[in-house]
Design a protein around this ligand. Structure first.
Ligand code: ZN
Length: 82
């Protein structure tokens, strides 16, 4: 019994020509805090708050890096305008 030898006849190499999707060109910016794409982003400095054991604010530290936050994050976390 002679079986057909499939070696060399394989054309199963898909040369997918991924026509480069221009990602990033028209992609909306996303919030640096939550990652959600949002049109209403603002450059801010994140502010870390420090609390004592009773929950009172004992100090704060402003991060020098500028991030872009959406409105939701700006209403949820402390920040300073960049
Ligand atoms: Zn956000």
């Amino acid at each position: 019994m002679a079986e057909p030898d499939p070696s060399g006849t394989s054309t199963g190499t898909p040369t997918s020509t991924s026509t480069g999707d221009p990602a990033g060109a028209a992609e909306p910016a996303s919030c640096d805090s939550c990652g959600r794409a949002d049109a209403d982003l603002q450059a801010v400095h994140r502010v870390y708050l420090f609390f004592d054991r009773l929950g009172a604010v004992t100090g704060e530290q402003q991060v020098p890096d500028v991030e872009r936050w959406c409105l939701s994050c700006r209403t949820s976390y402390p920040w300073q305008p960049a």
